[in-house]
Design a protein around this ligand. Structure first.
Ligand SMILES: Cc1cc2nc3c(=O)[nH]c(=O)nc-3n(C[C@H](O)[C@H](O)[C@H](O)COP(=O)(O)OP(=O)(O)OC[C@H]3O[C@@H](n4cnc5c(N)ncnc54)[C@H](O)[C@@H]3O)c2cc1C
Ligand SMILES: NC(=O)c1ccc[n+]([C@@H]2O[C@H](COP(=O)([O-])OP(=O)(O)OC[C@H]3O[C@@H](n4cnc5c(N)ncnc54)[C@H](OP(=O)(O)O)[C@@H]3O)[C@@H](O)[C@H]2O)c1
Length: 343
């Protein structure tokens, strides 16, 4: 039996492992990390390579994913995890750090008329810029407004594509997702003093204020606009799209009609308990308070009444707007580490 199992080997789980091993080096024999890649940071490295991102704002990983989590029947004894390789692992404590939820797909993209090829419309998760083969002057329409849409636009432009970037609001430029005041007491003090979880959720959403791009990416996009290679459509929402005669006909609000060879959806991810199979299973076995699908966790980021802790975006009601970023991983690691070493 392991003292602690971490589900996922991304930056969040790595932050916790490093901290725990600094505090309790003998824990390395009792710690187990499960990730289908069998490596640390595999999704992180893949997403950096695929979008050609040039800058950044252990123990033992075993190669499998966790498919099922069972809490002990009478509330006492170890938890049981069923792995994709058919084995089961018992653990005294589990940390779930499985990253983003499912891709967020616009409603119009789900009911498309016409027989489009599989790669004619893709969510950003499926795009691998270095592996992309484009025809000269290929027209790519990118829906987004966050930093992923900016990197994909610039990557497509470097490959000679004609790019149209569609944002449902105006394209916002900020150095970070949220004001740096959210990385310290300036704003977090008031946030932690707020007893109403619904108001905390609103504060998180207001602080991030949707997607945004860095000023550096903004300057590169403006330069491409000046060269006539990029068209930026702000306050523009797609109503429907149709694959016809080998191209997309795209119908937007206000009667605007656009054409493209490919559509890329850089529309982010859906964050919520219902978006993660392991959390759905936990919720069925041990329901807790949710605020619009976000869990109300304990201060140590535990699923209340269980020895299961969460890391990542779904800790936002406790950690604040930076929960899904690297800062959030450090904060979550400190909170969970305190709970682990106390025992
Ligand atoms: C392109 C991109 C760039 C980013 N750049 C930054 C940045 O510069 N700064 C910043 O602060 N934030 C950044 N972020 C946001 C965030 O920090 C990253 O998404 C980061 O990877 C989140 O770390 P994580 O450990 O929560 O998740 P992930 O890196 O997604 O790791 C989760 C791991 O869990 C594993 N897993 C999933 N399900 C299971 C299962 N059932 N069983 C076992 N393992 C499982 C996955 O294989 C994966 O390895 C970026 C996000 C993206 C998409
Ligand atoms: N290090 C890097 O260089 C780097 C690169 C990429 C990403 N990141 C980080 O990764 C995280 C995720 O970034 P992301 O860009 O993938 O996601 P994101 O920040 O959540 O942005 C998603 C964008 O999609 C738009 N959108 C969502 N649903 C839509 C719909 N139905 N129709 C039209 N538009 C829709 C949103 O619009 P609204 O704004 O109107 O809500 C938002 O602008 C962020 O923290 C980001 O900073 C970092």
């Amino acid at each position: 039996m392991a003292d602690l199992v971490m589900v996922g080997a991304g930056p969040q789980a790595l932050a916790l492992s490093c901290l725990l091993l600094q505090k309790r080096s003998r824990l390395h024999r009792r710690l187990r990390i499960v990730d289908p890649s069998g490596r640390w940071l595999s999704r992180w490295q893949r997403q950096m390579e695929r979008y050609e991102i040039p800058w950044l704002r252990s123990p033992f990983v075993q190669a499998a994913s966790v498919e099922h989590i069972s809490l002990p029947a009478n509330g006492k004894g170890p938890l049981e995890l069923s792995l994709s390789d058919g084995t089961t692992v018992q653990a005294g404590r589990v940390v779930i750090a499985t990253g983003n939820g499912n891709p967020q797909l616009p409603t119009w993209s789900k009911g498309i008329a016409g027989e489009a090829p599989a790669d004619a419309m893709q969510h950003s998760d499926g795009i691998d810029l270095p592996a992309l083969r484009l025809r000269p002057g290929e027209r790519i329409l990118i829906v987004g407004g966050g930093l992923t849409s900016a990197h994909l636009s610039l990557g497509a432009l470097r490959r000679g594509a004609q790019v149209q970037l569609l944002c449902r609001h105006s394209l916002k430029q900020k150095p970070f997702d949220a004001d740096p005041g959210w990385l310290g007491p300036k704003y977090l003090k008031g946030f932690h003093a707020e007893p109403c979880m619904r108001r905390r959720r609103r504060l998180v959403l207001e602080a991030r204020d949707g997607g945004s791009i860095t000023p550096e990416a903004g300057a590169d996009l403006r330069e491409a606009q000046r060269r006539g290679e990029l068209q930026l459509h702000e306050h523009c929402e797609v109503q429907s799209a149709r694959w016809s005669s080998g191209q997309w006909d795209i119908f937007c609000g206000g009667g605007q009609q656009l054409a493209a060879d490919r559509i890329w959806l850089a529309t982010g991810h859906r964050q919520g308990v219902s978006q993660q199979p392991l959390l759905q299973q936990l919720y069925k076995q041990h329901p807790i308070e949710l605020v619009d699908d976000w869990p109300v966790l304990g201060p140590d980021l535990s699923w209340p009444g269980t020895p299961v802790h969460l890391m990542g975006g779904l800790t936002a009601l406790q950690v604040g707007p930076a929960a899904r970023n690297l800062f959030g991983g450090r904060e979550a690691a400190q909170r969970i580490c305190r709970a682990v070493v106390k025992h």
